[in-house]
Every structure is written in structure tokens, then in C-alpha cells.
Design a protein around this ligand. Structure first.
Ligand code: MG
Ligand code: ZN
Length: 357
């Protein structure tokens, strides 16, 4: 009898424990990593060049994102970024504006309003289409100086990238860095100086226009900037949203240069690994790794994993409409498997953070 009671009790305890585990753990932090122009072949080129090893392979769930723009079968990075940032398909070239030219609110803006810390990191000008889609609103991605002006009043906690000239050497002679300083920002020009103002919002420009490519000596800027950003953002008890872009995978595709693609891909992959590591030590962190589109129509027609050699063939110098992979890791990663429109990424991320509605 006593034994039976014990068994019943332990069963009860076990059942309670199990059902407890079925309840969803809250998601506090989202790390969104966008490899611009990164299709499955770009990933596999990196995998082969790295002799059969990628941090990305630690991903727990994989999905596919359909990338077409509202007005075009083949998206650009404006419409592609806007879809992910705002949940709406728009015309090519637009930055967080709908097809009628009305501003669309972005997940970064919603996160900021909800008291989360927010950040943007990229290996292009911070005003370039992908990061711009999260913070600016413009009919044209090429209005860089107007896009820079949208950083004023955004409240973004941290941004790191190129594009200093769009803030400081403008046609209207206004120095936006001084305006940001008046808002309480620290504006710095190298990664090391970010640590000097830990309590303040910070902008870091490492280039007048775009940071160098890996081949031209960008070195470990992106993984380093990512670690600095995650460290900084983790201080916010309300959680954070950060978008980190490997911008130049795309440029390697446009240049039809397989070595350019591979070097940028491996730099991005190292960054992904650090984001996964962060999720390991910070429960409640969801990491999403995806692309806005594929670039170059890259196919791999030969290679050797043991030697790390890749023979790539580009079928175009432009973007292609193929689905791009979505890799996820950490809390809530399971909600991103399947095949869906790029706009669903916004819906899923908003839901994960409990924002909107
Ligand atoms: Mg981009
Ligand atoms: Zn492109």
C-alpha cells in the first residue's frame, strides 16, 4: 500500500514536471542575422571552403522563405528587408513604406516602444537598404541622407557600421552625429570606443561609406561588433532585438566572385556561431539566420571538401527569386520550420516577443 502511494505520488510529480516543460518559455531576446544574398549554395560554398564545417550546422530548425516583392518576382534588398522588418510586401527600392508610399512600422520600432533594447550592425553603410528597412521610411533606398535623418528620434540603443558621410558630410550641411549627441548618444569611430560609454545609446561608424570587404582586410569586425552588441544589449532586463547583417555576401554575388562570396560567408558564419553561443548562455534568446534573397544564381559545379576548394558558377550578376533558408536556434526555434513568405518572419518574431496585437 505504502509502495503504491509512493508510485502514485512520483507519477504525479513526474506528470506535473512534464506538463510544466510543455509550457512555452518566454522569449526575451531576438538576434536576427541576415546574410544578404545568402542562398543555400552560398552556405554550401562556405561549408566546402571551410573543409566541411560551419557553425550554421548547429541550427536546430530549418525553414524556407519566399522572397518575391509586391511588384516583382525578383526582390531587391529594400523590399526584401521591408518584408522581414515590417511584415508587408512592398515595391522594389522602397524602405519600410507600402506600395502606396505610406510608412510601415518595423519590429525594431515596436521593440523600442515596448522598452526593449534595440540595435543594428552591418558590414555596409548603416543607411544601406537592409539595416535601413528596420529604422527608416523612404520611397527610395538611395536617399541615404534622408535615411540617416530617420535615426534621429528613433531611440535605437546601438548601431555599428559604415555610412559616416551620410550623417556628417551632407548636402544640407547638417551634422547628424552632433544631433544624435544632443539626444544623448555617444558617437564613436572604432569598436574599442563603444565600451567607453556603456550607459548611453551609441553609434559607431567604422567607415565613411562601406566597411572594407574581408578580402580587403575588414578582419574580425563583424564577429567582434556582434559580441560587443550582445554584451551591451544583455544589460537590458526587458530584453532586446538586434539585426546583424553580413551585407557583402550579396556583393560577392553581384561581382560573380566566388572567393568574395566565400570569405564573406565564413565571416558571417563565425558571427552566427557567436550568436548561438550567446543563446546557450542566455535562456530566452531566439536566433534567426536568413537572407533577403539569393544573389548570382550561384551553382557549385565542382570542388573538394578535404582541400576546401569550390568551383562556383554564376548564372546572373543580379538577384534570383529562389527560396532562401531560415535557420533557427534557441528558445522558440521550432516555430520557424516550414515554407512561408518572408513577411511571416515578421509575424513570427513579433509573436515571439509578445509585441503588437
Ligand atoms: Mg544588404
Ligand atoms: Zn544585391
Amino acid at each position: 500500500m505504502k509502495l503504491l502511494v509512493n508510485i502514485t505520488l512520483s507519477c504525479l510529480v513526474a506528470c506535473t514536471f512534464l506538463s510544466c516543460h510543455k509550457q512555452k518559455e518566454p522569449i526575451n531576446n531576438i538576434i536576427l542575422l541576415i546574410g544578404d544574398g545568402m542562398g543555400a549554395t552560398q552556405v554550401f560554398a562556405g561549408y566546402t571552403a571551410n573543409k566541411g564545417q560551419l557553425a550554421l550546422e548547429r541550427a536546430q530548425f530549418v525553414g524556407f522563405s519566399k522572397t518575391s516583392a509586391a511588384d516583382n518576382y525578383i526582390t531587391d534588398s529594400g523590399a526584401g528587408g521591408t518584408a522581414i522588418a515590417t511584415g508587408s510586401k512592398t515595391n522594389n527600392g522602397a524602405i519600410a513604406m507600402d506600395t502606396a508610399g505610406k510608412a510601415l512600422s518595423s519590429i525594431l520600432e515596436s521593440a523600442e516602444q515596448a522598452g526593449l533594447a534595440t540595435a543594428l550592425v552591418s558590414t555596409s553603410a548603416i543607411t544601406h537598404a537592409t539595416p535601413a528597412s528596420f529604422i527608416a521610411h523612404n520611397v527610395s533606398r538611395y536617399n541615404y541622407e534622408d535615411i540617416a535623418a530617420d535615426f534621429i528620434g528613433s531611440g535605437v540603443d546601438l548601431f555599428i557600421g559604415g555610412g559616416r558621410n551620410h550623417f556628417e558630410k551632407r548636402a544640407d550641411s547638417i551634422n547628424l552625429s552632433d544631433k544624435l549627441r544632443a539626444e544623448g548618444y555617444a558617437i564613436v569611430y572604432n569598436l574599442e570606443d563603444i565600451a567607453k560609454a556603456p550607459e548611453r545609446n551609441t553609434g559607431c561608424f567604422i567607415a565613411d561609406e562601406h566597411p572594407a570587404s574581408m578580402i580587403d582586410g575588414r578582419d574580425d569586425f563583424l564577429p567582434k561588433a556582434t559580441n560587443i552588441a550582445l554584451q551591451r544589449l544583455s544589460n537590458n532586463p526587458n530584453g532586446f532585438f538586434v539585426m546583424i547583417e553580413g551585407s557583402q555576401i550579396d556583393w560577392g554575388g553581384h561581382a560573380q566572385d566566388i572567393d568574395y562570396v566565400i570569405e564573406e560567408m565564413l565571416d558571417f558564419d563565425q558571427t552566427v556561431g557567436y550568436a548561438f553561443d550567446f543563446a546557450d548562455t542566455h535562456p530566452g534568446t531566439l536566433v534567426i539566420v536568413t537572407a533577403d534573397h539569393e544573389t548570382g544564381g550561384l551553382s557549385i559545379i565542382g570542388g573538394d571538401i578535404s582541400k576546401g576548394t569550390v568551383e562556383g558558377h554564376f548564372s546572373t550578376a543580379h538577384h534570383t527569386p529562389v527560396m532562401v533558408p531560415v535557420f533557427t536556434y534557441g528558445t522558440g526555434a521550432e516555430d520557424f520550420s516550414g515554407i512561408y513568405e518572408n513577411t511571416e518572419l515578421y509575424v513570427k518574431m513579433m509573436k515571439a516577443l509578445g509585441l503588437g496585437e
